[in-house]
Design a protein. Structure first.
Length: 80
């Protein structure tokens, strides 16, 4: 039955081009040592943006934790 051969979005997903080897080539370039100046998790072109966003969120949370502990220890910032 020819009408059953059309799968719409499923056909698009199954025929999606495979880029695994291209990505693997980028990741394996220069070795896979994570402690070097060019770590594996920072080799692709868009990797710096999520790293910066994550560092900013962790820094923001750390500063808020320090401020909260200071306020709890000194009793400052109460609503009364």
């Amino acid at each position: 039955l020819p009408w059953r051969e059309k799968r719409g979005i499923v056909d698009w997903m199954t025929n999606y081009p495979d880029k695994v080897m291209q990505t693997k080539k980028i990741q394996m370039e220069g070795g896979t040592c994570l402690g070097e100046k060019n770590p594996t998790w920072l080799k692709q072109p868009g990797d710096a943006i999520p790293l910066a966003l994550g560092a900013a969120l962790v820094g923001f949370g750390g500063v808020n934790c320090v401020v909260g502990h200071y306020r709890l220890a000194t009793g400052k910032g109460k609503l009364d």
